[in-house]
Design a protein around this ligand. Structure first.
Ligand SMILES: [Zn+2]
Length: 258
């Protein structure tokens, strides 16, 4: 009897030690047919922050939007995509110059993936010593890849000077990157490179251009609540008022990262 009790106790201890769900370092979730969100994590000022990107499986290969933030996950992401869909990533577009979007650009270029940013992003990447893409987009551009069509849109300064969004018109998918924050977000996040006075107008430009998205994908929060854009506009409005009161001019940077 004693042995049994000890065994059970031992088993329970084992389950407690090894049965804990370890948080994944690379997470892939389905958004809708052929559209997937991938998430990697990094530590910023002591907090573990998730960063979402997106990929789309087409009959001409996979389109990747942004790169993993976690530098150990560049190849695991490619491997996971290959394993899951038996397809290679053909093209990768980063939506602004910060590391959580661009860190994997040079690695992916070496793997034969066509990497893109806007010319404006490239200039900022160069200036800030970030990884750069091989191909540059001069202005808002429509891409046709396999059965999918999407466009890039530069709505103005907000989270950064160069942030763009991606729009899939047939599927009504808006990929907002770091410009749009989640519906539950408490603030607009890191604004050290942003434009606190223009942010509201920039978001309103996105809303005007794409008034009826079915999905809005955001970088650092849950993407399931479609109210993210409206909520971000409200926060940007408050931010603008506050900064007008404080300074009344120009660019300034000091909101805390959430
Ligand atoms: Zn970001």
């Amino acid at each position: 009897m004693r042995t049994i009790i000890i065994s059970i106790f031992f088993l329970l201890t084992l389950t407690q030690t090894f049965g804990q769900t370890k948080e994944p370092i690379l997470k892939i979730s389905a958004l809708t047919d052929n559209f997937y969100i991938y998430t990697t994590y990094n530590t910023y000022e002591g907090n573990k922050i998730p960063a979402n990107g997106m990929y789309v499986v087409t009959n001409e290969g996979v389109i990747l939007f942004d790169t993993p933030w976690d530098t150990t996950q560049f190849q695991p992401l490619l491997d996971s995509i290959k394993l899951k869909h038996n397809k290679d990533v053909k093209i990768c577009i980063a939506t602004h110059w910060h590391s959580d979007r661009t860190e994997g650009l040079e690695y992916y270029k070496k793997q034969g993936i066509k990497t893109y940013t806007t010319k404006q992003t490239d200039e900022l990447s160069k200036k800030n010593n970030k990884k750069r893409a091989e191909y540059l987009i001069e202005k808002d551009t429509v891409f046709n890849i396999g059965q999918y069509t999407f466009e890039t849109y530069y709505p103005g300064q907000g989270h950064s000077e160069d942030n763009i969004v991606i729009w899939f018109d047939n599927e009504k998918i808006l990929y907002g990157g770091c410009l749009i924050k989640g519906a539950e977000a408490e603030n607009l996040g890191f604004l050290g490179d942003g434009n606190v006075l223009e942010y509201e107008t920039t978001l309103k430009n996105v809303h005007k251009k794409y008034p009826t998205p079915k999905y809005i994908v955001v970088s650092h929060h849950d993407w399931k609540n479609i109210n993210s854009l409206n909520h971000s506009i409200k926060m940007a409005k408050k931010l603008k008022r506050k900064n007008y009161r404080l300074q009344g001019f120009g660019k300034m940077g000091a909101e805390v990262l959430n």
